[in-house]
Ligand binder design. Sequence first.
Ligand code: T4K
Length: 376
Amino acid sequence: MSDKPNSPIYVTRPYLPPLEEFLPYLEQIWATRQLTNGGPFHEQFERALGEYLGVKYVSLFANGTLALLTALKALHITGEVITTPYSFVATAHSLLWNDITPVFVDIDRQTMGIAPEKIEAAITERTTAILPVHVYGYPCDVRKIRAIADRHNLRVIFDAAHAFGVRDEGGSLLRHGNLSVVSFHATKVFTTFEGGAIISPNAEIKRRIDNLKNFGFLNEISVTELGINGKMNEVQAAMGLAQLKHIDTAIEQRRAADQTYRRLLAGVRGVHCPMPPAGVRHHNYSYFPILIGRDYGISRDQLFTELRQHSIFARRYFYPLISNFRMYKAADDRKERFPVAADIASRVLCLPIFPGIDEATQTLIGELIARHGGRS
Ligand code: T4K
């Protein structure tokens, strides 16, 4: 077999519904000229999504970052918020945009989310909330985090950008926390091109969020909040409706690709394939992270480069740590405070995974990786 695929293999590819299923939605939008501002597809998609996820109160957004910004505003979060340095930069950016100081805490080796036992030492009189991330759709220790938050009267907002469709023994992972925020970006398991949502625990907070995402308008002539334009438009919502019909198939195809990698990489020395934590009843296989050990033949970055030379565009999600970016250095510059996060960030590589990735491509990737590991 050739050691280069015919076309580049990216870390992910969006799963699109058949175009002929999407066109009737566009025709309706053209006919009604309702393009945004809570149109019929927006209303339909919000309901359908809640039913699919098994949650009651969903607020749709133009993207996940605006949803995070609004979630923080909706709960009046101020002062300091405890969060993880091991995430996409949008997590911490949402705090700075709200003039909130991020306080980074190290992560847990298994969940790769914030380490609950390290949270309390970071709480000060200015702390108002915890912003954990379900990285790769791996649930954080939601119970321990809740218990700490209750002890200290803190709010919990989960950045669940990666966690679409993940369920634990009690149902959707998105039901946890005071709020949960999910992303529907093109690179996510479920996409509306750009998009996102906040899952709320009750109608009152949903109302406040819906008000905030529409500039703070209460009605045509009164603005009661410092809102923003976070609204999802009709094309995005139509895409969501069309996608929902196929999402189970898409996740099933991801599951198969996950199994294939595990088989191909089993026993390769120096390559560890993390598993979702115990307690996950339904995973979404949004990412396939591997961790490169010291006993692997080359470094993580050498492997990353070598794969690129073969047109395999694996990604180092999440390297570098957010705390290393210029605007966060002042907040937290002491790398040794995050030994687990720093270690994982230096060893992680997310392999291409998406519905329809073919077995030949995965076999090639497996062989390229195994070359430097031998078999133990
Ligand atoms: N919180 C967390 C934990 C997050 O991970 C994110 C976003 C957010 C919050 C914020 O949610 P949003 O505001 O984005 O809804 C990507 C995404 O832009 C970002 O959404 C995502 N996390 C992050 C983990 O990854 P990049 O810079 O790596 O994307 P990019 O453009 O390099 O795309 C990766 C590959 O995907 C490309 O090589 C090819 C493929 N691709 C990408 C796009 C955009 C496609 O095939 N089609 C496409 O349209 O950030």
